[in-house]
Design a binder for this molecule. Structure first.
Ligand code: HEC
Length: 451
């Protein structure tokens, strides 16, 4: 046996012995289950949050115990589509095998309470901001009315603002008003030149993506254009995003940041409200945090696939009753440091894989999503920056399932679905990989991106 195998076996023995829940005589809520739930579930499973029920008390957990066993065993919850045996990111939401085994045993052994005085204190979940006191709060001027028609809603929105002077900002925090229904948001900034748009507050602020097959028409309908009706303001790359349970992106000092123009708007894309059976509203706010100085190393972004710098191959057309694979590859022209990546597909997505291969033939794993879930489209930030050397090729592989056995298929019977030029409709498809990066600097790979 070579030394590598020997060390491997030693490590495995060590890990299995400390993770062996057989050593625990009785699995109890107070000592074993409550800590797991508070750390991994309660951020979403409490009143007013996105989770469909609370997981706080012993009764909460006991009454959902069979479902809890199922969703943890299948790794459906906590929601984290990225394969954690392939690559790691900050704020990873995954249970260890040991934690899963404990939940399973607890349920199988009849959900024992244990000594209730040993239940740990509930973590504190800040109400308004998770980051502190914002310097500026931007708000929807009118609430968005969510119809109680039990349908998912996908929108584009414009949230105009005007401030006394241009500012530099570190980040924008999305604070949903309707936490139950707001499921995801991706925001960019529009900067109007002062004399090109008289009144930023005029015009439509919401449109339904699905009623506008053409992107340009949608942008005009949403009042993004300047007063001349044809030219458009500067639009930044993605500035912030929201998913339940996600803290907004903040990179270490000196990295990232944006300019917030005196006259502008947040342009919200991919807004997804879950279905509601009653008429209700949402009036989300945006906490803006100013920076002391202009960004030293502003982040940059490119996209591969749809609207991207590298085409989807073959063209993204998915015939009915087929499972089809597409790729997009891009050769990096200079050394770059990756910070955050966002795989994006719609309802037919089945799996997504991205990796880079250097000119020496070394593979750099980026992300693997074995079971695509359109509801959980995280922006994944690496724990440390990942260097992609000049000449390396980033490869993305997306599999789409346009059969009846895909429960999210928008059409029954299945129809031909494609990436229609310029369409953002959810029933059309997209295959996109959004990459936030910096030109590489010595030592980047040692810079931690953890908060
Ligand atoms: C990031 C937010 C979030 C976290 C963290 C989270 N959940 Fe959920 N959970 C949800 C949402 C939202 C749903 C509704 C289904 C969906 O949208 O995927 C849900 C659904 C469920 C369901 C119902 C599944 C069904 O099919 O009816 C169970 C059970 C559940 N979660 C248990 C857990 C447990 C146990 C944990 C922790 C180990 C956890 N969740 C962590 C957001 C979360």
């Amino acid at each position: 046996m070579n030394i590598k195998n020997y060390i491997y076996i030693l490590i495995t023995l060590f890990l299995t012995s400390c993770g062996d829940d057989k050593l625990i005589e009785q699995v109890t809520f107070s000592e074993h289950i409550a800590p797991i739930i508070y750390k991994n579930c309660t951020s979403c499973h409490r009143p007013g949050e996105a989770g469909p029920f609370s997981l706080i008390t012993y009764q909460d957990a006991k009454s959902r115990s069979a479902l809890m066993k199922f969703v943890t065993k299948t790794r459906f919850m906590p929601p984290w589509p990225a394969d954690d045996s392939y690559s790691h990111f900050i704020d990873e939401k995954v249970l260890t095998q040991h934690e899963i085994d404990l939940v399973v045993r607890w349920v199988d052994e009849g959900c024992l309470m244990g000594d209730s005085t040993k239940i740990p204190a509930l973590p504190i979940f800040p109400k308004g901001s998770q980051l502190g006191t914002p310097d500026l709060v931007i708000k929807f001027r009118e609430a968005y009315k969510i119809k109680g028609d039990a349908q998912d809603k996908f929108l584009l929105m414009r949230v105009p603002y005007e401030i006394p002077e241009d500012k530099f900002i570190t980040t924008i925090e999305v604070v949903p008003d309707n936490r139950k229904l707001l499921h995801h948001v991706n925001a960019q900034l529009l900067s109007y030149e002062f004399d090109k748009k008289k009144d930023v507050f005029k015009g439509n602020v919401f449109i339904n993506v699905d009623s506008f097959p053409d992107k340009l028409i949608a942008y005009k309908e949403l009042g993004l254009a300047n007063d001349d009706g044809t030219s458009f303001p500067m639009m930044t790359q993605s500035v912030t995003n929201y998913l339940p349970g996600v803290t907004p992106p903040i990179y270490p000092d000196g990295i990232g940041g944006f300019k917030l123009a005196r006259k502008g708007a947040l342009f919200l894309k991919d807004i997804h409200y879950g279905p509601s059976r009653v008429d209700t509203t949402d009036q989300t706010t945006f906490n803006v945090f100013y920076a002391k100085s202009p960004p030293k190393r502003p982040t940059q972004e490119f996209q591969m696939g749809t609207y991207g710098i590298s085409p989807t191959v073959p063209e993204l057309v998915i015939p009915p009753n087929e499972i089809k694979t597409f790729t997009s590859s891009y050769q990096v022209p200079f050394d770059i440091s990756l910070l955050t990546i966002n795989p994006h597909m719609h309802l037919l997505g089945k799996s997504f894989w991205a990796y880079a291969v250097t000119s020496q033939g070394d593979t750099i794993p980026l992300i693997k999503i074995n079971k695509w879930d359109f509801r959980w489209q995280y922006f994944y930030t690496f724990k440390k920056m990942v260097k992609i050397p000049k000449g390396a090729t980033i490869h993305t592989v997306g599999v789409f399932d346009n059969t009846r056995s895909n429960p999210n298929n928008p059409f029954s019977p299945p129809r031909l679905v494609a990436d229609r030029e310029g369409s953002m409709r959810t029933s059309d498809e997209m295959f996109q990989f959004i990459v936030t990066y910096l030109p590489y600097q010595n030592g980047d790979e040692n810079v931690s991106l953890e908060r």
